[in-house]
Design a protein around this ligand. Structure first.
Ligand code: ADP
Ligand code: MG
Length: 721
């Protein structure tokens, strides 16, 4: 058997674009033909006219019809970027923003970061010449803090609106105000829709002057009107249309080949095992064609990836080989494009994806879909004020989107790993995120934008009053809001500037006072990525031993810091050696060293690298804010006290039977087996994450002294007792 290409080094596996000029011409020609054959190509002229004629346009079109990659180019060609203005396209997911930007840059034959670029949290590839800018919905919301009228943009395309992320929902509310304010600005032409009075948010205040939403009318300021395009893969555009006063919706006809959907006879106890069996069953029994597998997150993807790689060696010699390609949000961007490249000759590509591949990105070549039927979602209990991640069954709409991915280029097959009767029990569609998440982050941003009346804000769909109040209360307890619910200065204002969860922003601000900002920066970076450690089932003892040299008896936070610093030291040492030797291929060599070290220590090198990037980005913000980055050195007590002061809302006390009781919510929780404090006897702990499976597990746990809570968070703990 030939060795399977290792995806750890993408250069070896799927060949990058090293084409001769002849190849390049052929490739360009192929790409042009492919673009011309997309369903959207035949309605190009009409779509551009629709955008010109309507300030708000809703475009519904099946996944793969060309909405995301083509519409921005059509509008650019139609002159929407004259005067240096920008077409902004928002995506709910980071990977989509990056991969689509790369694809469009290639289609336009420009370098990424020039005319076409992307900007996501912790990674920006735009320049002053960028005219087509892909970004996450969350990032555009942040931009509004600096430029409330979004004056750089001539068109904003809110893509994947059916996903209904909390950022998309709030962004639409903000855009509603911006549209009105800009269409009424003196410089812009008053346009058709404002004459129709399409937007129901113009209201008189006590003095009789008009304000539009929370933005002042920009009299005297010169803004051209803004165009808003909302794109969705779901057929039901009514909610968006209604919200924008009966805005026009158009539908692009898609092309879908038949997909044969198969179910299991019985429910599967272990859906990862069932996934593995199905992948190999397809591989051995079905005709050539790539397989797309939907999993719930990085951890599952990586464990299935390892399992496939192990089993591939037992394939009969005559059969085609398999290459696995992961795609999930925190994957380093140079690896994300691997999913789109054709498999090498003689290989079948198995793409292991999160629900990113449902509608956000369209990967060519898929003929088989494996759908275990689950998705990881946020869930929020407003009474307890606890947000958690839960793995839940998909909705019917999601299941249909997933199976649809098999029929893009020809007839395909979808393997649902549950019995058919289960499908009927699924919810029709997913509940919008705004109804199942902690709102403190979004409220902080709205407050920073000047929206004081959160309950009165014109949401697309209102979150529950209880959730708003609980989140306001949390922000108040973190010191971000004053007694009369205004943004506090400087704490609240500084917290809103940081692109982090309010609780982490506050931890950084506090850490500068506790002299341990260096430690907290590493902590927050490491907590921002998924699964630093991995434990292959068959090597769990080895993994445990390897982990021991990083383990801190105090808990996971210091353990994570130990890992980060050990990697840093290793790289620094190697860098010194390599510099002395006048080495070429410097970056590649250090990468290789880091990967080897990670493998030996059962550390996820992808996550660690991501944490490094996050670290340097946050450090940039912190330094800009003038916070002092210093280390507490060996004084671990100081750091522990800072953790208690920062995460007092997530403290828990040991119960007689070994479980813990979360103090804020009263919930009974267990320490997750992956924690270094699993089986410890710590009396009082703080934690950062709640994960619900059959049990409520807490992760990232550190022991603290209960008295620190009453000393450092008296406003809360005095209230409790
Ligand atoms: P939509 O937004 O309507 O779902 P897209 O514009 O994302 O559709 O994709 C249109 C087509 O472009 C897809 O059918 C897919 O085959 C192709 N495509 C998109 N991104 C890439 C990529 N990175 N590499 C190769 N093909 C791509
Ligand atoms: Mg799209």
């Amino acid at each position: 058997l030939s060795e399977m290409p290792s995806m750890a080094d993408p250069r070896q596996a799927l060949k990058p674009n090293q084409h001769s000029s002849e190849d390049t011409i052929a490739r360009r020609e192929r790409m042009r033909k492919q673009r011309d054959s997309l369903p959207i190509a035949s309605v190009r002229g009409r779509l551009v006219e629709e955008v010109k004629a309507h300030d708000v346009l809703i475009i519904v079109g099946e996944t793969g019809s060309g909405k995301t990659t083509q519409l921005p180019q059509f509008l650019f060609d139609a002159g929407f970027c004259h005067d240096g203005r920008v077409i902004g396209i928002t995506q709910p997911r980071r990977v989509a923003a990056v991969t689509v930007a790369k694809r469009v840059a290639e289609e336009c034959n420009v370098q990424l970061g020039q005319r076409v670029g992307y900007s996501i949290r912790f990674d920006d590839s735009t320049s002053s010449s960028t005219r087509i800018k892909f970004m996450t919905d969350g990032l555009l919301l942040r931009e509004a803090l600096l430029d409330p009228y979004l004056s750089r943009y001539s068109v904003i395309i809110v893509d994947e609106a059916h996903e209904r992320t909390v950022h998309t929902d709030v962004l639409l509310g903000l855009l509603k105000s911006v549209l009105n304010a800009r269409s009424k600005s003196v410089g812009g032409c008053v346009n058709a829709d404002s004459k129709k009075g399409n937007f129901g948010i113009v209201r008189k205040n006590e003095s009789g002057t008009q304000s539009v939403g929370f933005l002042k009318q920009c009299q005297g300021m010169k803004f051209p009107p803004l165009k808003l395009v909302i794109m969705s893969a779901s057929l039901d555009a009514r909610i968006f249309s209604k919200y924008f006063g009966g805005a026009r919706a158009v539908h692009i006809e898609g092309r879908q080949h038949p997909v044969d959907t198969l179910y299991t006879l019985h429910p599967q106890r272990d859906y990862l095992e069932a996934t593995l069996v199905t992948i190999f069953q397809i591989h051995l029994e079905e005709t050539p064609g790539d397989i797309l597998v939907f999993l719930t997150g990085q951890e599952e993807i990586e464990s299935v990836e390892r399992a496939v790689k192990e089993q591939v060696y037992s394939l009969p010699e005559s059969s085609q080989m398999i290459v696995t390609v992961p795609i999930f949000s925190s994957l380093p961007s140079e690896q994300q494009m691997q999913a789109f490249k054709p498999a090498p000759a003689g290989y079948r590509k198995v793409i292991l994806a999160t629900n990113i591949a449902e509608t956000s990105v369209t990967i060519p070549g898929i003929k088989y879909v494996v759908d275990p039927g689950f998705v990881k979602a946020r869930s929020y209990d407003p009474l307890k004020g606890m947000e958690s991640l839960v793995i839940i069954p998909t909705s019917k709409a999601q299941a249909l989107q997933r199976s649809g991915r098999a029929g893009r280029e020809g007839p395909g097959k979808c393997f649902r790993l549950y019995p058919e009767r289960e499908f009927e029990k699924l919810e029709d569609s997913t509940k919008p995120e705004i109804k199942r998440c902690n709102l403190s982050n979004i409220i902080l941003q709205l407050k920073a934008l000047g929206v004081d009346d959160i309950i009165g804000f014109d949401f697309l769909e209102k979150p529950s009053r209880a959730a708003i109040i609980k989140s306001l209360e949390q922000l108040f307890l973190l010191g971000a809001l004053t007694d009369d619910c205004k943004l506090s200065d400087p704490i609240g204002r500084q917290m809103a500037q940081l692109p982090l969860d309010p609780i982490y922003s506050k931890a950084l601000i506090l850490a500068s006072q506790f002299n341990c900002l260096e430690e907290m920066l590493i902590t927050v970076a490491m907590l921002s990525v998924e699964s630093i450690f991995y434990t292959p089932r068959e090597k769990s003892e080895e993994a445990k031993t390897a982990m021991k040299c990083f383990t801190s008896p105090d808990g996971d936070h210091l353990t994570l810091i130990n890992v980060y610093r050990a990697a840093d030291e290793l790289l620094e040492k190697r860098n010194r050696e390599l510099i002395g030797k006048n080495e070429t291929n410097f970056q590649r060599k250090t990468d290789k060293i880091l990967r080897k070290w990670c493998k030996e220590n059962f550390i996820n090198s992808r996550s660690l690298r991501h944490a490094h990037d996050v670290h340097s980005q946050i450090r940039g913000h912190i330094e800009q804010m003038g916070l002092h980055v210093s280390s507490c050195g060996e004084d671990k007590l100081q750091f522990g006290r800072c953790l208690a002061a920062s995460f007092f809302l997530n403290a828990a006390l040991k119960q007689p039977e070994g479980a813990y009781r979360a103090l804020a919510s009263g919930q009974i929780v267990q320490i997750h087996p992956s924690s270094v404090l699993f089986k410890s006897k710590a009396e009082c702990i703080i934690f950062n994450e709640l994960v619900q499976t059959n049990q409520k597990y807490i992760r990232n746990v550190t022991r603290i002294d209960y008295l620190w809570l009453t000393e450092l968070a008296p406003h809360y703990y005095a209230m409790q007792s």
